[in-house]
Design a protein around this ligand. Structure first.
Ligand SMILES: C[S@@+](CC[C@H](N)C(=O)[O-])C[C@H]1O[C@@H](n2cnc3c(N)ncnc32)[C@H](O)[C@@H]1O
Length: 257
């Protein structure tokens, strides 16, 4: 008897940001394949019958390669299991969810997708930053900073207006800030880097396109973090005063390994 796969968006890491449908899928799971940034807290209680397999990735070191994760999904489901693939955020936002669905379909495994709360929206919100705001920004673009953007992409991004949200962008922040400035965004354009959203070590570092690289380096900003570029950053907490206070706090904070 063939089982099935449910690809579940686990949200940005807090168990209480799982959807009701996600919780139901976990309760019914025989096997859970869980990512590094998906909620691990309370997983044993949420999926009491399941074997839990951590396929989490750390930057630069793929604990389980993507093709092997896909093979595992197919293998477990082919043996009759209900497999929950618990991913961080939303499975289809820079999360390779599409590839996993295609692998299941190709193997004839029934697959369902449960959307999740994406860090692209939720992590800025947790720092008091709305990605859109009337009369400030009426669009937001979510972009991967995993690899540096090409010059054409930077030109398009700078020309779009609105808010730019970058995932996996800590390493490429220098080329992004320089590229957006080169293509016309003002040097004083606000930038926030929100690290470890919803965790006890969450912090926000605020600057401008001109100084964010130095400020982030001083604060020893690390992944996972969401970078927000745009006027909406000024709305963080109570506006600019609070934002610069946040920046000062970040610079003074101890190193987070
Ligand atoms: C591979 S992408 C997956 C994104 C995911 N599918 C989503 O919708 O949120 C991983 C990146 O999401 C961001 N991210 C996810 N959870 C985060 C969190 N709790 N705090 C800060 N950034 C987070 C970071 O930029 C991280 O490098």
């Amino acid at each position: 008897m063939t089982g099935r796969v449910t690809l579940v968006g686990g949200g940005p890491g807090a168990a209480d940001l799982l959807t009701v449908r996600a919780v139901r899928a976990l309760a019914d799971a025989d096997v859970v394949l869980v990512d590094r940034l998906a909620p691990h807290e309370e997983l044993a209680a949420l999926a009491p019958r399941a074997e839990i397999v951590d396929v989490g990735k750390t930057p630069g070191h793929h604990a389980v390669p993507q093709h092997e994760i896909e093979a595992m999904l197919v293998r477990y489901a082919a043996s009759g299991a209900h497999v929950v693939r618990l991913k961080g955020g939303d499975p289809y936002v820079l999360g390779r969810g599409g590839e996993e669905v295609l692998a299941c379909r190709a193997a004839g495994i029934p697959v369902e997708v449960v959307p999740g709360v994406s860090s692209a929206i939720a992590v800025p919100a947790s720092a008091g930053i709305p990605v859109t705001h009337r009369d400030v920004s009426r669009l937001f673009t979510v972009v991967s900073g995993h690899a540096p953007l090409g010059d054409d992409e930077l030109a398009h991004l700078a020309g779009l207006g609105g808010t730019i949200v970058v995932l996996m962008g800590v390493g490429t922040l220098p080329s992004l800030a320089a590229g957006l400035t080169r293509h016309g965004l003002p040097a004083e354009h606000p930038v926030a880097v929100v690290e470890r959203g919803f965790g006890p070590e969450q912090r926000t570092t605020v600057g401008t396109l001109a100084d964010i690289v130095a400020t982030a380096a001083r604060a020893r900003v690390v992944s996972p973090a969401v970078v927000v570029i745009g006027e909406v950053v000024r709305l963080a907490h109570d506006g600019e005063t609070a934002a610069s206070e946040t920046m000062a706090r970040a610079a003074a904070m101890p190193v987070i390994a």
